[in-house]
Design a protein around this ligand. Structure first.
Ligand code: SAH
Length: 506
C-alpha cells in the first residue's frame, strides 16, 4: 500500500490547541517528522511504536536543510509509510508547508494539510489582544520580520501604514528596532499602541506593552527573546483589560507532576488549564505481573470469596485482563461484592460496567480495612508491596483474606542531575505526589541525598505524606484523596506564595 504525507499544524504551544483532526492524524502515524516549536505535550501523543524524526534540532547551529526535509518526507512516503509532518502553528503561515508539498505533488505522492492555530492570532489572543475589533481596525496583516544577515528589510512600510490595520510580525525579534524605525519613517504615529508576546499560549508567556516609539526600549528591558510576535495597532491597548490568561490562578507556578509512566496526564491537564508551568516526570512504572496464576486460580474459585477488594486502577486493569482471558464478564461476578479504595479506583471499575459496593469515607488502606462491611472471605488484588494497614485492619477484625499481588512498581528511571539541581535551587517549588511510591520514585531519580528543603510536597493522602516526610520537604495534604482535592491544595499552596516570574511580578 502506498504511503501518504499529512502536514499537521500543532498550534502555537498550548497542547490543548491541537485540532481533533490533527490528533487523530498523529494517532495513526507510522513516522512523525517534527520541528523545534512543537510542544513536548504534543510530542507525547505520538504513538510509541511510531518512528520520530527531529528536523528542528540545531546540531552545531545547523538545522536540517529544507531540501533534506523534503527528501525525508518523500522517501518515507514512497516506502509506504503514513507520514505526519508536524509543524508549529499553521503549516501554511510562514511554515514552509507549501515548499514541502511541492516535491510530493511532483512525484504524485498523496498528501493532506490539517491547518493549525497560528501563533499570529493565538499569541495575541492569550495576551488579551484581539487582532481585529470593529472600533479600531478593519484589517489584520501578517508579515515576516525575518532579516537576512547584513541585508536590509524588504518590507513596504508605507503600504502597511496606509492600511491602518493591525500589524503582526513573525520572526521579527532581531529586526524589531529596524521594523519600528521603518514604520516611524513611513509616518506612523509614534504613540500607536504596540506589544510583543513571547512564548505565547505557554506557561512561560510574557507580554511587553508599549507604544511604537517605546517598544525597542521596553522589550530590551524585559529581555524578550524568540519565539515572540510583534503587534502594532490600536487593539494592543485592549491587552490590559482583556489579559485573561495572566489572571489564571496558577499562572506561572512551576509544578512537578510525578506519576506512573502509564497513567494519563489528567492532573497535568487540570493544572495547565489553571495556568501552571507543569513539568511532567513519570518517575515510577506499574508493571502487571503476567501471567498471574495466583489471580487466575482465585478467580476460578470465586465462590470462596464474598468480597473483591481493589486499591488502585492498576489492580483493576490487571483483574480486567485476567477476566477477559478467562472469557468471563460482569455476570460472573454476581456472587461477590466489590470494594474500591477511592473514587479513581471506583471509576476504573465503572469503566468495566461494575459498581463498587463499598468505598471508604476516607480514601486510604486503613479506612478500607476498618470499614469494609465484610462477612466471609476477602480477595485483595493489589500491588506486590501493598500497605500493611489494610491487612492489619482485617486481621484485627478476624476477617479472613487472600492478598494476591497482581502488579509491581518499578523504579528504573535514569538519574536526572538536571531535575535534582532545579529542585535544590528552588526552581520547582511544588511537587505533587499521588502515592507513596511516587515519592520513592522521585528520590530514586534525583538521589536519596538530594536537598529537598525548598520543595513543598503536595500529597494526595496521609500515607503519601508519611513517605514524603522522610525527605525534609514542606508537607501539605489534600483534604481528600482525589485529583480534585489535590488541584485545590495546589491552588491554596500557590496563593500563599509570593512568586516572581522572569523578574516580573505576576
Ligand atoms: N507556522 C508558524 C510560524 C512559524 S515562523 C505559525 O503559524 O505560528 C516562527 C515564528 O512564529 C517565530 O519567530 C515567532 O515570531 C512566531 N511564533 C511561533 N510560536 C510562537 C509563540 N508560541 N509565541 C510567540 N510567537 C511565536
Amino acid at each position: 500500500m502506498g504511503g501518504k504525507v499529512t502536514l499537521v499544524g500543532a498550534g502555537p504551544g498550548d497542547p490543548g490547541l491541537l485540532t481533533l483532526k490533527g490528533r487523530a492524524a498523529l494517532a495513526g502515524a507510522d513516522v512523525v517528522v517534527y520541528d523545534r516549536l512543537v510542544s513536548p505535550a504534543i510530542l507525547a501523543m505520538i504513538p510509541p511504536e511510531a518512528c520520530t524524526i527531529d528536523v528542528g534540532k540545531e546540531a552545531s547551529h545547523h538545522k536540517v536543510p529544507q531540501e533534506q526535509i523534503n527528501r525525508i518526507l518523500l522517501e518515507e512516503a514512497l516506502a509506504g509509510h503514513n507520514v505526519v509532518r508536524l509543524k508549529g502553528g499553521d503549516p501554511f503561515v510562514f511554515g514552509r508547508g507549501g515548499e514541502e508539498l511541492e516535491a510530493l505533488a511532483e512525484r504524485g505522492v498523496p498528501f493532506e494539510e490539517i491547518p493549525g492555530i497560528t501563533s499570529a492570532i493565538a499569541a495575541p489572543a492569550y495576551g488579551g489582544i484581539p487582532v481585529t475589533h470593529r472600533d479600531y481596525c478593519s484589517s489584520v496583516h501578517i508579515i515576516t520580520g525575518h532579516q537576512r544577515a547584513g541585508k536590509p528589510l524588504t518590507i513596504d512600510f508605507e503600504a502597511l501604514v496606509r492600511t491602518k490595520g493591525t500589524l503582526v510580525f513573525l520572526m521579527g525579534v532581531t529586526a524589531m528596532p529596524a521594523i519600528v524605525e521603518g514604520l516611524l519613517e513611513a509616518g506612523m504615529d509614534p504613540d500607536t499602541p504596540a506589544a510583543m508576546v513571547e512564548n505565547g499560549t505557554t506557561s512561560t508567556q510574557r507580554r511587553c506593552d508599549a507604544t511604537l516609539a517605546t517598544l525597542p526600549e521596553r522589550a530590551a528591558a524585559m529581555g524578550i527573546h524568540s519565539p515572540a510576535i510583534i503587534l502594532v495597532g490600536q487593539v494592543c491597548a485592549l491587552a490590559e483589560r482583556f489579559c485573561w490568561f495572566d489572571h489564571l490562578p496558577l499562572r506561572g507556578q512551576r509544578i512537578l507532576v510525578t506519576r506512573p509512566r502509564d497513567r494519563a496526564g489528567a492532573l497535568s491537564d487540570r493544572l495547565r488549564a489553571l495556568g501552571a508551568d507543569v513539568w511532567e516526570y513519570p518517575c515510577i512504572e506499574t508493571r502487571p505481573i503476567w501471567p498471574c496464576p495466583a489471580m487466575t486460580a482465585a478467580l476460578e474459585h470465586l465462590e470462596n470469596y464474598r468480597w473483591l477488594v481493589f486499591t488502585s486502577p492498576a489492580g483493576v486493569a490487571a483483574f480486567r485482563r485476567t477476566l477477559q482471558e478467562m472469557k468471563k464478564d460482569g455476570r460472573y461476578l454476581s456472587g461477590v461484592q466489590l470494594a474500591a479504595i477511592g473514587s479513581g479506583t471506583a471509576r476504573a471499575l465503572a469503566d468495566m460496567g461494575l459498581i463498587a459496593d463499598y468505598v471508604p469515607p476516607v480514601y486510604d488502606a486503613a479506612h478500607l480495612g476498618e470499614g469494609l462491611p465484610a462477612e466471609g472471605k476477602v480477595l485483595i488484588l493489589r500491588a506486590e508491596i501493598g500497605s500493611p494497614a489494610l491487612t492489619a485492619a482485617l486481621e484485627s477484625r478476624s476477617i479472613p483474606y487472600d492478598d494476591i499481588p497482581v502488579y509491581r512498581t518499578v523504579y528504573d528511571n535514569p538519574r536526572s542531575e538536571q531535575l535534582r539541581a532545579a529542585l535544590e535551587a528552588g526552581e520547582v517549588p511544588f511537587v505533587t505526589f499521588t502515592s507513596a511510591s511516587t515519592v520513592k520514585g522521585l528520590l530514586a531519580t534525583v538521589g536519596a541525598d538530594a536537598d529537598l528543603s525548598r520543595v513543598t510536597a503536595l500529597c494526595i493522602g496521609e500515607q503519601t505524606a508519611t513517605e514524603a516526610r522522610k525527605h525534609n520537604m514542606t508537607i501539605k495534604i489534600a483534604a481528600q484523596a482525589t485529583i480534585d482535592a489535590l488541584v485545590e491544595l495546589t491552588q491554596d499552596a500557590a496563593s500563599s506564595l509570593e512568586y516572581t516570574f522572569g523578574g516580573v511580578m505576576l
